[in-house]
Design a protein around this ligand. Sequence first.
Ligand code: G1P
Length: 288
Amino acid sequence: MQVRSAVIPAAGMGTRFLPATKAVPKELFPIGDLPAIQIVIDEALGAGIDHIVVVSSRSKPAIDAYFAPEPELIEALEAKGKTDTADRLRSIGRDWRVSVVYQDNPKGLGHAVGCAREAVGNEPFAVLLPDELMSGSSLLAQMNEVCVSTEGSVVAVVEIPREKVSAYGVIDPAGELSADGVIAVKDLVEKPPIDEAPSNYILTGRYVLTADAWDHIEALQPGRGGELQLTDALRAQAAHAPFHAVVANESRLDTGTPLGFLTASIELGLQNPELAAPLRAFLADLSL
Ligand code: G1P
């Protein structure tokens, strides 16, 4: 069954981006003319998802404002002939639906995702961490197919140098990588010390989970850093059911730090037909 809902955790305070995040949630920082969260939403829509569940915080009302319908703005844009922008705004609620739910206490990623349970319901769902931007929807679409064919949860992974694995969730693979980049998983560990890491394959912010994940999320106990870790819920799932990882070969951009955000903006600007030529000229001038 096609996954219909995507959960996007966006309740964090964005401390790395203070003072900017004092007033503007980092998920709404613009990359070109799009807020970062819209790029992640477009990835989900491109994989056939039509319900976006944003886990926000009541201290970030700008997130609600971004999704609120604004018929007067749409009319004004149309009157000025800006039909493409008008249509993009109109598509919210017509082509796809958004639910905003709230995480009142920051207790960890597992807790944040758990806040979306009622909005998603008892069916498979995707989780997209908005600090990571993918170059398209094909990874998520493939993960959905693997979820359907194996009847189990699926995570996206990338292989990184051993010395960096401790900052991430790490999978313990069971078997060989298939030609299309799929590997069975027998266990997962959140941020292991280097010498205890079961592989160099780290979780990279995309998940397609079967509905039984909800009970494992609800049963979570504090894990690494005292937080309720999504990885621990997946570990419980992998112990009982088929579980797979898909190796991401799309290019990924990490917008979690100011430098990452800046370089991602440049990379995506270079892919934007309207911005590419002048941006390239500007960069060429700089490096003279
Ligand atoms: C979270 C997850 C971790 C994953 C990472 C990917 O960690 O807990 O398993 O590898 O995202 O970015 P965080 O970066 O929130 O500490």
